[in-house]
Design a protein around this ligand. Structure first.
Ligand code: BEZ
Length: 249
């Protein structure tokens, strides 16, 4: 096993090679597994269930979620700088996830022993303990079933995927980011706010909407019905574009 320092250095070299378009296969990853192309996961599909090791013990996704929403997000690998900041941010945002009945779960295709060492670095550098599970997906079981490995981007490492899964275990959002770009978890929370609002009410959320802003009335709602549903009134800019203050759920 490489020391943490050697491993971090190898990751940096891999990153540089990746930027140069000459990314090597992952020499540290143990036995190379054949990554079989999986049919892409799409919005509205059932989230693949799994049992996998994590920093909080084995996780059976559906049981662990129970009646909650989940945000499942992947990292290219352990001891990488951008991921370290992302994991710190998600840990800091735990009260916001809790408020929305959402459980966060990270994934990196490295073994638990690395995750445990990395968790100490995250606490040290980000000032917050890892307060949610990080899957140790060394056998890539979850990564493959969620189509998180894009072989033309990197042979074995996961891209930065985000999946929002609702309590019915349906996939509601898929984000795919390049390895070199850290994600914006305020955006993830914003989408959760939108989904939780629009699941219950006959509205959709317009561009750059955030909680408390005006919303638009679904085109399937006739004006007569809208008058009853939206007692605060609405502005009709076009028959298909009616704006109303955000109703309470
Ligand atoms: C990072 O998390 O810092 C990272 C990982 C892989 C490639 C580039 C950056």
């Amino acid at each position: 096993m490489l020391s943490q320092h050697e491993y971090g250095a190898e990751k940096s070299r891999n990153f540089e090679a990746m930027r140069a378009g000459t990314a090597p296969a992952d020499r540290r990853a143990g036995p190379q597994i054949e990554i079989r192309p999986s049919p892409s996961l799409r919005l509205g599909d059932k989230a693949p269930d799994f049992i996998q090791d994590s920093t909080q013990g084995p996780i059976h996704l559906y049981e662990w979620m129970a009646e909650s929403w989940a945000v499942l997000f992947s990292h290219p690998s352990d001891f990488t700088p951008v991921c370290t900041t992302e994991l710190g941010m998600v840990a800091r945002l735990k009260p916001e996830f809790d408020k929305r009945n959402v459980k966060a779960i990270g994934l990196s295709v490295d073994p638990l022993s690395y995750h445990d060492m990395w968790a100490r670095d995250i606490a040290e550098t980000q000032g917050v303990e890892l307060n949610f599970p990080l899957l140790a997906d060394a056998d890539r079981k979850v990564a493959v079933s969620y189509d998180m490995i894009h072989p033309n981007s990197h042979a074995t490492e996961t891209v930065r995927s985000v999946f929002i899964i609702d309590p019915n275990k349906t996939v509601r959002l898929i984000h795919t980011y390049p390895a070199s770009t850290g994600r914006n978890f305020d955006e993830v929370l914003r989408v959760i706010d939108s989904l939780q609002l629009t699941d219950d009410l006959q509205v959709a959320t317009p561009v750059n909407w955030k909680l408390g802003d005006d919303v638009v009335i679904l085109t399937s709602v006739r004006n007569q019905e809208a008058d009853k549903l939206f007692p605060q009134g609405y502005r009709e800019l076009k028959p298909y574009l009616r704006i109303t203050p955000q109703p309470n759920k």
